[in-house]
Design a binder for this molecule. Structure first.
Ligand SMILES: [Zn+2]
Ligand SMILES: [Zn+2]
Length: 409
């Protein structure tokens, strides 16, 4: 088996893994680093099939480029396939608005969709001489690890979360001889999830009881819906706004066992109000206690409008629940107290707090997952501090590949 990372080996983002085994070439993901402008992987190399782990841009953001001169089959779970489209279309919009180099067009997305083959967890597909089966990765709805089998076998995790949340059950280990696993949180440990959620609920309650409003910047996929479920039992007036609503509706419309409970999500969504236009937006703060809204890193979307409106109210709060990448408004707010709204610096007097509700397995979770997969070989990727895992894995052959370097085993 030969493996070559076109991106995402020693970095978080633009994951693209080319795999060659018994006359079959495949690829897993072809993402971007969502910088300004985005950074793409090394150029696409012809494969028979592309397997998508999940619909985050750092895994899919470059996929349409693979369909400009070639038409490989694209394998994804039903839910990943349906949630990819708004993300890819939004990237084209951002290229236009920001004047970034136009790397692909709507036609390429359409070509890609002609080649999509969807499956549910556990359904095997045959590509060349390989069998490929998706298993839940617990990261966002529809996310999958892929297991490839012929005379050798390989499990590729994509992004991974092993704990249970309100929205999803954690990933369960699948036995494999070779394991390619993400390592975003190598060397980092999470606080107990339920404790974080409890503290989050108490703080939301406190702010609202004191006459303030809570703004929850949230990623469209997974976090928006998880927060709605966490808030559903609290007897609060909750609204949701932005791309998260589009994704929520896709999740509710897609059967296939991708969520812990679709009916519970439906109930939580039913208790919140979906903001759909500027007229509703104008009244949203007045009429609600809590607003869950994109973008999760505060780099655009309705969240900025709400923060601007509440900026002078020290009773109100911004609660961040997701990782804030360097260079984003969210990160700047944490580090300097200032964010940029429509080109002007704003320093909100609102309360600011961070709750670690990561969708990535922490160091200990990664180690225990690896031990249960019990491979001969562990290939670490999608991490900036991968070496921190080596000491915790003395019984395994651990490989730390670099982008562009092909290795064989
Ligand atoms: Zn992800
Ligand atoms: Zn990722």
């Amino acid at each position: 088996m030969k493996v070559k990372f076109l991106g995402g080996a020693e970095e978080v983002g633009r994951l693209a893994i080319k795999i060659h085994e018994s006359n079959t070439n495949i690829m897993v993901d072809y993402g971007v680093i969502p910088e300004k402008p985005p950074e793409y992987p090394l150029p696409y190399e012809k494969v028979e099939g592309i397997f998508v782990t999940h619909a985050h841009l750092d895994h899919i953001g470059g996929l349409p480029m693979c369909y400009q001169s070639h038409r490989p089959d694209l394998y994804a779970t039903t839910l990943t396939a349906s949630s990819m489209r708004p993300m890819l279309e939004d990237s084209i919009k951002i290229m236009d608005i920001e004047g970034y180099p136009k790397r692909f067009a709507r036609d390429d997305i359409n070509t890609l969709y002609e080649m999509v083959l969807t499956s549910r967890y556990g359904d095997a597909s045959q590509v060349g001489e390989m069998t490929a089966t998706p298993y839940s990765a617990g990261h966002i709805p529809g996310s999958s690890m892929w297991k490839f089998e012929n005379n050798m076998n390989l499990l590729v995790t994509g992004d991974l979360y092993t704990g249970d949340t309100y929205l999803l059950n954690g990933a369960k280990p699948v036995k494999a001889e070779n394991l390619i696993i993400e390592s975003t949180y190598a060397g980092k440990f999470h606080e107990d999830r339920q404790q974080v959620v409890n503290r989050f609920r108490e703080r939301v309650r406190e702010v609202v009881d004191n006459g303030g409003k809570v703004i929850l910047p949230a990623f469209a996929m997974g976090r928006t819906q998880e927060l709605l479920m966490i808030l559903a039992t609290m007897d609060l007036k909750v609204a949701s706004d932005g791309m998260g609503n589009t994704i929520t509706n896709i999740y509710l419309d897609t059967p296939g066992g991708f969520l812990r409970s679709r009916s519970e999500l439906r109930r939580a969504v039913g208790r919140a109000r979906q903001i759909r236009n500027n007229r509703m937006r104008a009244a949203a703060i007045e009429e609600n206690d809590v607003i869950v809204t994109t973008s999760g890193m505060m780099d655009g979307g309705p969240v900025l409008r709400y923060v601007q409106e509440l900026a002078d109210d020290p009773k109100s709060a911004i609660f961040l629940t997701g990782y804030q990448v360097e260079g984003t408004n969210g990160r700047s707010l944490i580090e300097t107290g200032i964010l940029n709204i429509a080109g002007a610096p704003v320093r909100p007097s609102m309360q600011l707090e961070f709750f670690d509700m990561s969708a990535h397995a922490g160091h200990d979770d990664l180690v225990s997952f690896i031990k249960q997969v019990d491979p001969q070989r562990v290939i670490l990727c999608h991490g900036e501090q991968r070496e921190k895992l080596i000491e915790s894995l003395p019984d395994y052959e651990v490989i730390l590949p670099m982008n562009g370097q092909e290795f064989e085993f």
